[in-house]
Write a protein that binds this ligand. Structure first.
Ligand SMILES: [Zn+2]
Length: 214
């Protein structure tokens, strides 16, 4: 099964993709991971990505597409995969369609209010990177990592102003993809306002149907 997961920041698609990927034995392919891997391996593409990220610019479509294309050519994706965070734009979706046939696009829906509460409550350990949430997964001692005793902080990305900005960018850039995939009969909506288990329960029959169709 070749799947795309769409959803605003905080809609939960990354967490759900990890759970589904593990259960179905399918790799979760995220562009963030691909960028980090390319930079770490020092490939030609990686060196270009590194320069762009250091300048704080967005990685251009052609470079992102080249990395995704290389990744989807690896053997572990032969039985399917979940694309998480790609495509982000219509040109990326069109480029993907030129070399892959997608079986389904899952659109995770969640109100802005829920997303803001989820993201603004997130705390990250400065020392080990462990992630907490003030409501859903609080540390035993406020501001202190359970695992290593490190200091918990709010990432700049998770500050209210940044969250609003990320949501605005999502609406402008990525929401047109919903129409694009809906008109091709590939889009399936999932309500992800509840917890991860709720979303997985809704996904199960849908994935079974898609699997039968492949
Ligand atoms: Zn820690």
């Amino acid at each position: 099964m070749k799947l795309i997961f769409l959803g605003a920041p905080g809609a939960g698609k990354g967490t759900i993709a990890a759970a589904v990927g593990k259960a179905q034995g399918m790799p979760q392919v995220s562009t963030g991971d691909l960028f980090r891997e390319a930079v770490k391996n020092g490939t030609e593409l990686g060196l270009r990505v590194k320069g762009i990220m250091e300048r704080g610019e967005l990685v251009p479509d052609e470079l992102t597409i080249a990395l995704v294309r290389e990744r989807l050519g690896r053997r572990d994706t032969a039985g399917g995969y979940i694309l998480d965070g790609f495509p982000r734009t219509i040109p990326q979706a069109e480029a993907l369609a030129a070399f892959q046939r997608i079986d389904g696009v899952i659109n995770f829906l969640c109100s802005e209010q829920v997303v803001v509460r989820r993201l603004s409550g997130r705390r990250v350990c400065r020392a080990c990177g462990a992630i907490y949430h003030v409501e859903n997964m609080p540390p035993h001692r406020e501001g202190v990592c359970d695992r290593c005793g490190g200091e918990l902080y709010i990432r700049d990305d998770d500050r209210l102003e940044s969250i609003r900005n990320r949501l605005r960018v999502y609406r402008e850039q990525t929401e047109p993809l919903i129409g694009y995939y809906r008109s091709r009969g590939l889009l399936h909506d999932i309500d992800s306002a509840g917890n991860v288990e709720d979303s997985l329960v809704q996904l199960k029959p849908l994935l079974q149907n898609l699997q039968q169709g492949t």
